[in-house]
Design a protein around this ligand. Structure first.
Ligand SMILES: *Cc1c(COP(=O)(O)O)cnc(C)c1O
Length: 430
């Protein structure tokens, strides 16, 4: 056996990365630093921190020690150089788009995305002239065909909410590289336990920590990860990163922080200017959740596979969209990118249409009718009348959400109990 030191494996990092016993007290759990301000040692130190000449805590809107522990942990799990925690997944997507682009810029987006991201993209287009250029399909060629000279980024999800489609990240990353564009991947539905998008060529990874990372459905949050791999200077279109900031004595982020320049620009503009910071309490709860992430994801995937297999054979079910089952569309991509399984959020459709979908949901007893996903508890929702209701019929069909569609988020209960609940609810459906 070799005694060579190696970096800790994933399950160890999930418990230890980014946090250590508190040097002041010995506390083993990460202390919750509920303080807005941090006392400066000297006026020189205060001025240096404000001018970004030296790092240090000053005010919790921009950074806080408990939040920083979460940032280090998620960065470690994603294999990123740095991370910025924010108040929600929605804010994470917003800050990435706002930091990368200015009015008149555009970005290629997957046509199949979380409904909240699609709504945000529509509003940013109408009010701020940041143009989403939706790819005509899900293949790398479809993404490439949507690129124009105004394109500044490519955005997709690793596993799509709600239909569990697994995207061809390496194919899309190759397109991004060919055109000198950063690839942004929303990894919420996979979590780094199932896919680490940076290993497949992503430059920026975003999370809603409200889902699997937190895990218990207690707290809203988001994280932005910077792979440190993209050459912002060469592209020349990203002025917050490569041009001087007058309010920081002409600081050029890409020169001072070449390895983490996107994360620094996100913190300066996204947190200091725009302000959606994460509370230390929420960071603490999310850190605690992450400690069990690898274990939870194994069981989430196993339960989801069993529930999907049961539904697929049920006479009242028209189809199931879970590429972890044999014979499903997208099976090859799922086997290649997520050998553990494509998560535990997926859709299925009832043959008797919308009335049956609604009756099914209201007949569930153990599974809760609510809008979150990725929790320990199993959940169900009717996307066409809730999460995806703002979309046009065309956008709904691109997102594979029809009136007959139910979204399930399979939790960690005993799987026989889950199937029994689904069975009794299907019994009440025509
Ligand atoms: C939930 C979700 C978001 C938004 O996250 P919030 O924490 O609810 O703001 C973004 N992307 C995906 C894929 C999501 O599932």
């Amino acid at each position: 056996m070799s005694a060579r030191p190696r970096s800790p494996r994933f399950a160890t990092q999930a418990i230890h990365a980014g946090a250590a016993p508190d040097p002041a007290t010995g506390a083993r759990a990460q202390p919750i630093y509920f303080t807005n301000g941090f006392v400066f040692d000297s006026t020189e130190q205060a001025a240096d921190i404000f001018a970004m000449r030296r790092t240090g805590f000053s005010y919790s809107r921009g950074s806080n020690p408990t939040v920083a522990a979460l940032e280090r942990r998620v960065a470690a799990l994603e294999g990123a150089k740095a991370a910025v925690a924010v108040s929600s997944g929605q804010s994470a997507v917003l800050l990435v788009l706002m930091t990368l682009m200015k009015s008149g810029d555009a970005y290629v987006a997957s046509p199949r995305l979380f409904g909240g991201s699609l709504g945000l993209m529509r509003r940013l287009d109408g009010r701020y002239d940041l143009k989403p250029q939706f790819a005509g399909g899900l293949s790398p060629e479809d993404f490439e065909a949507a690129i124009t000279p105004e394109t500044r980024a490519i955005v997709c999800e690793s596993i799509v909410n709600p239909c569990a489609t697994v995207m061809d990240l390496e194919g899309i990353a190759a397109v991004a590289r060919r055109h000198g564009l950063p690839l942004v991947v929303d990894n919420t539905l996979a979590s780094p336990a199932l896919i680490r998008p940076i290993e497949h060529g992503a430059d920026i990874v975003v999370h809603s920590t409200s889902k699997f990372l937190g895990g218990s459905g207690q707290t809203i949050g988001g994280v932005i990860c910077d792979a440190g791999s993209f050459d912002w200077t060469k592209a020349g279109h990203y002025n917050l990163i490569t041009e001087p900031w007058p309010d920081y004595d002409g600081l050029v982020v890409s020169e001072r922080f070449p390895e983490i320049s996107f994360a620094v620009a996100c913190r300066l503009f996204g947190l200091r200017d725009l302000g959606p910071g994460l509370s230390p309490m929420n960071a603490f709860l999310t850190l605690t959740g992450i400690e069990t992430l690898p274990l939870r994801m194994q069981r989430h995937c196993a339960n989801a596979r069993a529930v999907a297999a049961y539904l697929k054979d049920h006479p009242k079910v028209a189809w199931v969209s879970y590429p972890g089952l044999p014979g499903q569309a997208g099976e090859e991509l799922a086997a290649r990118y997520v050998p553990q399984g494509p998560g535990s959020i997926f859709t299925f459709a009832l043959k008797a249409g919308e009335p049956a979908a609604l009756t099914f949901i209201t007949s569930l007893e153990l599974i809760s009718h609510l809008v979150n996903i990725g929790e320990i508890k199993s959940l169900a929702i009717h996307p066409a009348t809730t999460t995806h209701r703002q979309l046009s019929a065309e956008e709904k069909s691109a997102a594979c959400v029809g009136p007959e569609t139910v979204r399930l988020s399979v939790g960690l209960e005993n799987v026989e109990d889950l199937i029994a609940d689904i069975e009794q609810a299907l019994d009440r459906v025509d």
